[in-house]
Each structure stands twice: as C-alpha cells, then as structure tokens.
Design a protein around this ligand. Structure first.
Ligand SMILES: [Zn+2]
Ligand SMILES: [Zn+2]
Length: 580
C-alpha cells in the first residue's frame, strides 16, 4: 500500500492556549483525511476499515495522538495513569505515556517535571499546605530539548512554550493543581486523590535529551521515536508498518508534497523506500519492535518478549531437560510472537564468538545431551530472526548495565554464586569475550587455615567455585546454606573466599561496581562481611572514589531477579542492530 495520509488538525481552545491534534483517531478529536484515496474520511474509519494502510493487525484503537501544544499560559500541574489504572478506574482503555519535543520557548523558559517529596505522606502534606514551590521540580528548557514523560510523572508545560507531543491515544489526565485559575467563573475540577494514587514517589528522572542532537530519542513499549536533521536529501528505508512523520522545524518535500514545521502525516505500511528533501528537522514515530529473550539455565529456562526499554510483555518458564524436549517448547513459544530478534543467555560453556563457525553452539558441557548442540543455528532456522548468544552471566551483567544499578557504567562485574560460580564482565562498555567467555569461577583462591574440605570442582581443589559454591557450603558444613543462617563461622569463611575472588576482579578489570547474584547471595548477611574483608584485603593499595563508598560498590542484583532475562532481551536488541 503506497499512500501518504495528510490530515486536517483538530483545534482545541483551552484556558491556557491552543492544542492542534495533528494526527488523532481519538473520539475527542478524530482528524479528517485531506486529499488522497481516503479524502474526507475520519482517521478512525480508515484505521478500522483499511488495515492494509497501516500494515498492522490490531483490534484496538489507533495507538497515537500527535499534538502541537501552543501554551500561552501554563498548563495545569498534572499526572497520567498507566493502562492498568486507567482501566480499573473506568477512565479509559489506555493510560498515557507521552513525549515532548520543545519547538520553541522563552529564552529563560522552564518546565515542570517531577517533585521533591520523599514519601506519600510528605507529598500529601505539601499539597495540603499549598507548598507548590517546595513540592514541584522546575527545570530550564530550550529549543530542541526532548523529554519522555512516563505515567506517574508529575508535569506541566509552562507559559510561552510550543511543544510537539507524541502520546498514547488517551485523554486521561489527573489535574493536581491549576494555580487557582477560574474558567467561566469557577475553578476546573481537580483530581488530587487519583493523582496521589498514581504518582511516582519518590520521583525518578524521566529520559531526557537536552543536547538537541539528532538520533534515537526514545524507544519504549508504546513508540520508537527518532529525530533526523535533513539538509538536501535523505533516503528512508521501507517499513512494513506505518510511520508518522512530524516536521519540527524548517520545510521540505516528500514525493511531490510540500511539508513544513508543525505538520505531521502518515506514511503507509509497505510504502517502500522514500526520500525527504529540504532543510528541515523531523521526528519519525514508529510502532516499537518486539524482542525475544531466552535465558537457559541448568535446570530452568525462561522465554520472554519485551521492548528495548526493558519492559517485559510476556514470559513463560520451562524445565530444562534434553534438547529434544526443550527446543520444541522454545520454538512453540516464540513462533507466533512476531519478534524481530532474539537474545540468548545460555549456560556454558557456549561458543560466544560471532566469527566462529560454531557460534552459539554449546561446547563441552557437563550436561551430556546438550554437548555440541547448535542452539543458535537450530533456533535461527526455526524462527528466522537474527540471534545473539552470550553466557548467562554476561547476559545478567548486560541487564544490570542497561536497566539496573550499573546503568551507563563502562567497567562492571556481575558474579553469580550458586550451584557454581561464574562472572559476567564488561570492559570499556562491552562484554568480555576472547578465546571463549571468562571462567572467573575457577580462579585460584587461598585456602583458609583449618578448612580441610576437599573442594567441589573436579578440576581444581583450590578454585573459587571449589571452595565457595553452594554445593561446597553444603558438603563442608553438612547442610544447605539456608539452614546455616545462624552459624557465623560459615559466613565468615564464605565471605573470605568471595572477597578473595572480588579482589582479583578489582585488580584486573577495575570495575566501577560489582554485583552479586545467585542462590548463595540470598544470604544477605554476607554483604557487610564481604565488603569489610574486601577492604581489608586491598589494604589501602587502591584509591578510588567508588571504593570509598563500599556499600554502593559491592551490591546485590537490582532487578528483582529479572537481570538475566532483561539482559537476554537486550542481546536481542543488539542482534537486531547488528553489534555486540
Ligand atoms: Zn500530560
Ligand atoms: Zn575449578
């Protein structure tokens, strides 16, 4: 289907200024098509009767509203619910995630995003006492800034600001404060209780770019938004699904149509390659891609789908048995999910070298039925999507680096201590590979005086895993770790071996953070002892601000045990863009 859909904006006059709904099929403002094959039809009608235009199969409503917001005066302080809350409270089918591109504003313009309350009680008190200056976080804005406003974020656009907004198709807004303004003599309704219900407390910073450069602006479960600056001609690759192009600045043309700042239009799914020319900045909104993640452990495997922002949309767990039984379950799970790529975090050893002819094959695993099983090859043939494979621990490390407590850090170590010991490591922002993946669990540690346990590793009596894994604890002390919680001597010894392992990591890859996961680390009493012993062993040799704050340096995993599967989804994201 080759069609450009231009629409007549719906104009809304509001107490504070005007809104132009430039692309919308919402019942509160359903745009009419202007010209072309569907001239005069409402966008909602084209959406419901001509799915081929959009290249998507969806029973739901058209997913977006694009608006130009021209705020002469400030908008009310507001907050939006997520889908779940909106449905539960019969306020609509969709919550509202929105994003803003600042097209114009005053020189000393500002915007409100977030609040300063630490607890719900404090928020309630600040609101009751009308302490809005203390409560609200006001930040400066300039042209070209971009903000993602997730549900639960307190926000307001301030006076003399022009914004291009992309949002979920919803008009559910809870108004928290309206500066005491009157409309036709009376104040607009406030929704303080609902606002407090959905408000994110404490506030977590939304994604924002204030450096005004082109590139990926946001990729979340509702939309993918990119900005392109064009001077001359720029070619765009075809897409099976529709996209919305919004002109932020300047003017130009597409296939004989003129386009200018403030306009948005739809390029149909299957339109084919196209070019845009002129001197202009545009924002392109696309349906977000769905990624698959697979985490295979020795006893359990997790299959999931999710988005580039780490949202998991679906998941299912199976027992890991033999390939003949496990692989069909994996293929069945992903077959009809329309994922665009798959990331795998696998038990090892596994070939993680993308240039190797056996990339993604399980190597000499102690799990005999899986030995030399070409995992990646089999799944690639069945699912026909790009796949990236790494070790489970590297996957978990990537999860923490992308979505968790090590977000944005260059050098990171993730150590899992459970039935075995392994470590995922990143150096200079990339997961460590080489001739294979690291086998950090088998570094040598010094046996403590009086510890005559033979060791659990069949290869090395004195390796880290041999002396500190879950099975080592159980065999040495005669019962499982969980039942030894009140035996301090157990944890003194265990923490010493772990601190020895961590010291080696500190001294080699110089991580900015070390994250400890796995079954044994559920014994949280270990953390303070490990931190103390690590400092003692380093004996003041290394000076770094990270080590000065040791409680933030050696930490438990931060993603509620989802670090592995979220990392696997991120491997899928990397597979799709073709880099490791
Ligand atoms: Zn809003
Ligand atoms: Zn060993």
């Amino acid at each position: 289907m080759k069609e450009l859909i231009f629409l007549e904006p719906v104009v809304k006059k509001l107490i504070w200024g005007k809104e132009y709904w430039t692309v919308s099929a919402h019942e509160s403002g359903d745009c009419l098509v202007k010209g072309g094959s569907y001239d005069g039809m409402h966008l909602s009608e084209v959406w419901s009767k001509h799915k081929e235009v959009f290249g998507v199969e969806s029973d739901g409503e058209f997913p977006y509203i694009v608006k130009v917001i021209d705020a002469r005066d400030s908008l009310s302080i507001q907050v939006h619910p997520d889908n779940e809350y909106a449905v539960k409270n019969k306020d609509g089918q969709a919550g509202k995630t929105e994003c803003w591109y600042v097209m114009d504003c005053d020189r000393d313009g500002s915007i409100i995003i977030g609040h300063n309350a630490k607890s719900r009680e404090e928020a309630q008190q600040m609101i009751d006492e009308n302490r809005w200056d203390d409560f609200l976080r006001e930040i400066p804005v300039k042209r070209g800034d971009f903000f993602q406003i997730t549900p639960g974020t307190v926000h307001a656009i301030k006076q003399n600001t022009m914004i291009m907004e992309i949002q979920q198709s919803s008009d559910v807004t809870y108004r928290l404060y309206d500066y005491g303004r009157l409309r036709n003599g009376s104040p607009r309704t406030l929704h303080v209780d609902k606002s407090l219900d959905v408000m994110m407390i404490p506030h977590k910073d939304a994604l924002c770019y204030t450096n005004g450069v082109p590139g990926k602006l946001v990729s979340c479960r509702y939309y993918d938004v990119d900005r392109y600056d064009i001077s001359g001609v720029r070619d765009f690759e075809k897409s099976e699904t529709f996209m919305i192009i919004s002109v932020l600045d300047g003017e130009g043309g597409i296939d004989g149509r003129k386009i200018k700042a403030g306009e948005s239009f739809i390029v149909s799914g299957g339109y084919g390659d196209f070019s845009i020319f002129g001197r202009l900045s545009i924002m392109v909104t696309r349906i977000p891609k769905l990624y698959g993640g697979l985490e295979i452990g020795g006893s359990k495997m997790v299959c999931a789908t999710g988005y580039a922002d780490g949202t998991i949309s679906d998941r299912q767990s199976f027992e890991t048995t033999v390939p003949a039984k496990s692989i069909p379950l994996i293929i069945d799970y992903f077959k009809n999910k329309e994922i665009c790529a798959l990331g795998i975090g696998s038990f090892g050893p596994v070939d993680v070298n993308p240039d190797s002819p056996t990339y993604g094959t399980i190597l000499d695993s102690p799990k005999i039925p899986w030995q030399h099983y070409p995992l990646k090859k089999v799944l690639e043939e069945a699912l026909n999507v790009p796949i990236m494979v790494d070790s489970r621990v590297n996957g978990a490390c990537l999860g923490e680096m992308t979505f968790g407590c090590a977000e944005g850090m260059d050098n990171v170590g993730y150590v899992t201590i459970g039935s075995g010991i392994g470590a995922g490591m990143a150096v200079n922002g990339r997961l460590v590979h080489g001739m294979g993946h690291p086998e950090f669990g088998h570094i040598l540690v010094s046996r403590l005086p009086g510890d005559d346990y033979k060791g659990s590793c069949p290869f090395h009596p004195n390796c880290f895993e041999s002396l500190a894994s879950g099975p080592a604890i159980e065999e040495r002390w005669g019962s499982k770790a969980e039942s030894l919680a009140d035996r301090p001597e157990v944890w003194e010894m265990e923490a010493d071996y772990i601190a020895q392992g961590l010291m080696a990591m500190v001294l080699t890859i110089s991580p900015r953070k070390i994250i400890l996961g796995g079954g044994v680390m559920a014994q949280l009493q270990l953390f303070p002892i490990i931190r103390r012993k690590l400092c003692e062993k380093l004996a003041g040799y290394i000076h770094a601000k990270e080590l000065d704050d040791i409680d933030e340096y050696v930490v438990p995993a931060s993603l509620s045990d989802d670090q592995g599967i979220m990392g696997a989804i991120q491997l899928g994201v990397l597979a799709e863009i073709g880099r490791d």
